[in-house]
Every structure is written in structure tokens, then in C-alpha cells.
Write a protein that binds this ligand. Structure first.
Ligand SMILES: Cc1cc2nc3c(=O)[nH]c(=O)nc-3n(C[C@H](O)[C@H](O)[C@H](O)COP(=O)(O)OP(=O)(O)OC[C@H]3O[C@@H](n4cnc5c(N)ncnc54)[C@H](O)[C@@H]3O)c2cc1C
Length: 532
């Protein structure tokens, strides 16, 4: 039997961050990855069209660029190079107007001021508050909950002008917050569109958190992408891990965790059992760990009851296109944005979110769009574009909000080829409406529905991208179930290291870092004669 200090199950960003921190502490580490490539939802490929590099899943990494843990890995020494689009983010309105987040806050403010007098000043005031408390807010959010070190800094900072107010604003519904802060639609939608990255309705408490966080990170660190493709970020983490003696085993799925005397002692794959002398860190979804890799009879009954209430986030349909020219947006911003949000108005976003919550495929889907050639010219042939757009659809479809509308193909929610084509056409039409001639530039297309996403990464259950809902009822000490908030599990030596753990989805590595630090801490405080 192979033996190692720690086995990490899954090589998503959280698994790779965890493995890197453990090798830094001198542990021997084996990472098991089911797929034939590392990185989980941080991966790129050229399967859509030769010469076009598409990010298969995630693309923009403000959270990674700001994460103290990922920065501390110094991945630039392992080949990572960040690239930025001329502007960070554009919100495209139905009537051809744009709201633009520039790298330079004065430029952002000047555009917002033109849209609605007073909004530029309000934006700059928000940025100044972030300058004072942003680092501590971020550290607090990314630490185990309740935070201790970040929390102390945060407590000190919030006493400064604006700090406490910013925290209160993050707990608000995105709609009430943006309507109070700003007068114009551009500024409101820059924040509300970012809130749309999580699955909390714009009228629900807590939705402002993601909106403010991403908008203010966009302003402070940008929305960078790895030069050459998202896979380069994963490759840099693997290169660092291997340079320090860690081992990555691709194409090897963990099938079970052996628990003896209440402690995780080994991980089983189809062909072998690997003994874990110190810890097992699971970068898998909470439902795949509890009652899956670890059988229910090795877990407390109360966990089983709590897991019965675990909620997934909505499903996703993503379309990748190769284009032979840029997207012909009407009245495009002078500085091209890497990320584009497509929604006519906040009201439309509210209705779309309501449709998804009610089990309806939205008739006017809110689109998150990535112009990867704008963000990184090395990914496309000269003059071409590697574009993607994704949108959320219900996990269980009860109907189509566009059913019966003339000229619109109905989506039934079975997500076979017909549904994927119909959904892709609906998404294309939204872009075509704002960019006449867009369709003529498409040279190749790939549609990834719920099944295709899950087949490429089993953590994306039913196309859920965040390891479980980001709703307040499943955050902080309620993530993944009430009484959590930290990476420890009821099994000694076993840690939940994936986005199902606090603080949830996004490429920040915090779930993996929290798990690695918990494992190191528990091992250190063991009495020496109990160490193996
Ligand atoms: C379409 C899409 C777009 C996104 N866009 C962004 C974005 O732009 N920016 C951002 O910050 N975040 C984005 N996200 C979210 C982000 O990618 C995830 O939150 C993040 O990847 C979660 O990391 P993880 O390590 O927890 O899990 P994952 O990245 O899902 O990795 C889990 C890994 O574990 C492996 N695995 C699972 N079970 C086993 C097993 N039993 N044995 C062996 N291996 C196993 C899987 O194969 C996978 O490689 C996006 C996600 C998706 C799907």
C-alpha cells in the first residue's frame, strides 16, 4: 500500500492550493484527480476551433488576484502571467448604452457622472471606503468563520469612517443598496450585474455583498485572465506543487475514504488504497463526501439530517464561439471590456431571477459574456475572437417563460441536443440584438449544458457552478450545513476543501487554504507520541 502524509481528492483550485500549502509545511502529498487534466473548473482547451483558446469553465480571476493565499504562492515564478482587457467590465443596455468599469477609478467615475450627476462622486466615495477597509474585509471573508485574525483587523478598521456602513451595505439587497447609492442605471447595474454572479435575488438580503465585492475588486485589481488560457493558472499551481515534491495522479478517481476509529486513514481508488498518515482533504462537493466517499454509518446522524436540507445553486448553460472578427457591438465603449453583462434593466434581472426560482427557463436570460481575445490577444488568431456567454437555468425545469412566443424555440429542460441548440439560439439572439451581424462572424460553436459541465467536473452537479447556493441560509456557519463555517468534519483528519465549504464558489483558494491550515494545526497540537 502507498503511504503519504496527506491525500488531496480533486485538483480544482481549492485542492491545488491546499496541496501547495501542505508541501510548504514539509508534508508529502498525493493529489488524486479523476479527469485527465488538472484544475477542475480552471481549465482551457482548443476544442471549439483550432487556434482559439477557450476557457472551458471560469475565466476572470479578481478573487485569485486579490487572495492573500494565492498571491503568497508567487505563481509568476511558475509561468503565470496576468493579462487585462483595456477596460474591466461593460454593462450593455438594450438601447445601445453602456456602463463601463475602467481600471482607472477617475475614468469610471467620469462615465458614471455623465450618466447621472452625483454618481461619479458617489463611486469615488465608495472606492475610498474600500481603500480603508477592503483588505480587512477580504481577509475576514476568506478566513474560517467566525474570523479571528481578519476579524481583529476588521473590528479595528470598521471604527473608521464608512467601515461599519460598508459592512451593513454588504448585507443589503443589491436593489435597495444601489438605488440608495446611485441615481443612474449605469452605476446601479455595474453593481447589480456583479451581484448576478451569485444566485441571490437582487431583492434578497446579502445580494449586495457579491455585487460590491466584485465591483470594488474590479476597480482595485481588475478582472485579470491568465495569459494563454485559464489552464495556465492551474498549470502554475501544479508546477509549484511538483517542484516541491507533491505528486499529482491524473485519471484516478477516489472511490472511498476509509475511516477507522472515527479517523480518516486511507483513500481507495479503483486500483489501490493510499494510506494517509496525517490527513485527507476532499475537494469534492459536500453531498459527494457525506454519504458518498464516507458512508453514513461513519458519520453522525445529525449530519445526515442536516445534509437533507443542503441546497444546490441553479444550473448553467454555457456557449463558446469562435468568431472571425470582434463582436460588432453597437456603440461599443472606446476601451474594450473583457467581461460584458447583458441585461436591459434591473427590473429585467429581477424578473429573470424570479423565473429561474420558479423553475422557468428565462425568456430574456441575463448573460455573463467573456471576450477572451480582448482580454488576451494570444488566445486567438489575428483579428479573431474566442467568445463565451453563460446563463443560469433552473435545476428542475417546470416550463419555459418563452413558450408559445412566435419565432422562439421552446426549451423543455431535458437538456438534450434540441434544448441546447434552442437555448444557444436564445442567447445568440440577445447578443445579435445589441450587435447586428454577430451571427455572421461565428465560425464554430460549442454548447455546454448541465450534463456536459458535470461530465467534465463532477463537482458541477446538474450544472451548479458554486458548490451549493450562496444564499444567506447556507453561508458562514451554515455552509455547507448548520454548525459548519470551518473545514473540519465530524471525522478526525478529514477536511472539506471545496467550494461547498465556507466561503463558497469562486477562484480564491480560500476553501482549500482553510482546510490545509486546519489539518496543519490539528497535527501540530497533537501530542508528539500520537504523531505517526
Ligand atoms: C462555467 C463556470 C464559470 C465560472 N466563472 C468563474 C469566474 O470567471 N471566476 C471565478 O472566480 N470563478 C468562476 N467559477 C467558479 C469557480 O470555477 C469554482 O468556484 C471553483 O473552480 C471551485 O473550485 P474547487 O477546487 O472547489 O472545485 P472544482 O474546480 O470544481 O474542482 C474539483 C475537482 O475535483 C475533481 N474530483 C471530484 N471528485 C473527485 C473524485 N472522487 N476523485 C478524484 N477527483 C475528483 C474534479 O474532477 C475537479 O477536477 C465558474 C465556474 C463555472 C463552472
Amino acid at each position: 500500500m502507498t503511504a503519504t502524509d496527506a491525500v488531496v481528492i480533486g485538483s480544482g483550485p481549492n485542492g491545488l492550493v491546499a496541496a501547495n500549502l501542505l508541501v510548504d509545511a514539509g508534508w508529502s502529498v498525493v493529489v488524486l484527480e479523476e479527469q485527465g487534466r488538472p484544475g477542475g473548473a480552471v481549465s482551457s482547451d482548443d476544442a471549439v476551433a483550432p487556434g482559439h483558446v477557450h476557457d472551458t469553465f471560469s475565466s476572470f480571476y479578481p478573487l485569485a488576484a486579490a487572495s492573500p493565499t494565492i498571491r503568497g504562492l508567487h505563481l509568476e515564478e511558475h509561468g503565470l502571467e496576468w493579462s487585462h482587457a483595456p477596460s474591466v467590465l461593460g454593462h450593455s443596455f438594450g438601447d445601445g448604452r453602456w456602463g463601463v468599469l475602467h481600471r482607472d477609478r477617475a475614468a469610471t467615475a467620469s462615465g458614471l457622472e455623465q450618466d447621472a450627476p452625483g454618481d461619479g462622486e458617489a463611486w469615488l466615495a465608495l472606492c475610498e471606503t474600500w481603500d480603508r477597509v477592503g483588505d480587512d474585509v477580504l481577509r475576514g471573508l476568506l478566513s474560517p468563520f467566525p474570523p479571528v485574525r481578519g476579524g481583529v483587523g476588521l473590528a479595528r478598521q470598521v471604527l473608521r469612517p464608512g467601515g461599519l456602513e460598508l459592512l451593513r451595505e454588504m448585507t443589503m439587497p443589491a436593489r435597495s443598496l444601489t438605488e440608495r447609492l446611485f441615481r443612474g442605471e449605469s452605476a446601479r447595474m455595474l453593481v447589480a450585474g456583479n451581484a448576478g454572479h451569485a444566485d441571490i435575488g437582487l431583492e434578497s438580503p446579502g445580494s449586495a455583498a457579491m455585487g460590491l465585492l466584485l465591483a470594488l475588486l474590479g476597480q482595485s485589481v481588475g478582472f485579470p485572465v491568465p495569459r494563454g488560457g485559464a489552464g495556465r493558472l492551474a498549470a502554475a499551481m501544479v508546477s509549484r506543487l511538483e517542484a516541491k515534491g507533491g505528486e499529482l495522479c491524473l485519471g484516478e478517481r477516489a472511490e472511498g475514504v476509509r475511516v477507522e476509529g472515527g479517523r480518516a486513514v486511507a483513500v481507495r481508488t479503483a486500483s489501490r488504497e493510499i494510506r494517509a498518515r496525517r490527513a485527507v482533504l476532499a475537494d469534492v462537493s459536500a453531498p459527494a463526501l457525506y454519504g458518498g466517499l464516507v458512508p453514513w454509518d461513519a458519520l453522525p446522524t445529525r449530519l445526515r439530517h442536516r445534509m437533507a436540507r443542503f441546497e444546490w445553486d441553479p444550473s448553467t448553460v454555457k456557449v463558446d464561439w469562435a468568431l472571425d472578427g470582434p463582436v460588432p457591438w453597437e456603440g461599443p465603449p472606446a476601451a474594450g471590456p473583457g467581461t460584458v453583462h447583458v441585461a436591459d434593466s434591473m427590473d429585467e434581472m429581477t424578473l429573470t431571477g424570479g423565473q429561474v426560482a420558479a423553475g422557468l427557463v428565462p425568456d430574456k436570460p441575463f448573460l455573463l459574456v467573456g471576450q477572451m481575445g480582448v482580454a488576451d490577444a494570444t488566445r486567438v488568431p489575428a483579428g479573431g475572437e474566442a467568445l463565451w456567454a453563460y446563463t443560469h437555468v433552473p435545476q428542475r425545469v417546470r416550463g419555459d417563460a418563452a413558450a408559445g412566443r412566435s419565432g422562439v424555440r421552446e426549451v423543455r429542460g431535458t437538456w438534450g441536443e434540441g434544448d441546447l441548440d434552442a437555448m444557444a439560439e436564445r442567447i445568440e439572439q440577445r447578443i445579435e440584438d445589441r450587435a447586428p451581424g454577430f451571427r455572421d462572424r461565428i465560425t464554430a460553436r460549442r454548447v455546454l449544458g448541465p450534463r456536459e459541465l458535470e461530465a467534465r467536473d463532477r463537482n458541477l452537479v446538474g450544472g451548479a457552478i458554486n458548490g451549493g447556493t450562496a444564499g444567506l441560509q447556507q453561508q458562514l456557519v451554515f455552509r455547507p450545513v448548520a454548525g459548519s463555517g470551518r473545514a473540519e468534519t465530524p471525522v478526525k483528519g478529514l477536511y472539506l476543501a471545496s467550494a461547498s465549504a465556507h466561503p463558497g464558489g469562486g477562484v480564491h483558494g480560500a476553501c482549500g487554504a482553510n482546510a490545509a491550515r486546519a489539518a496543519l494545526w490539528h497535527h501540530t497540537i497533537q501530542l508528539p507520541w500520537r504523531r505517526t
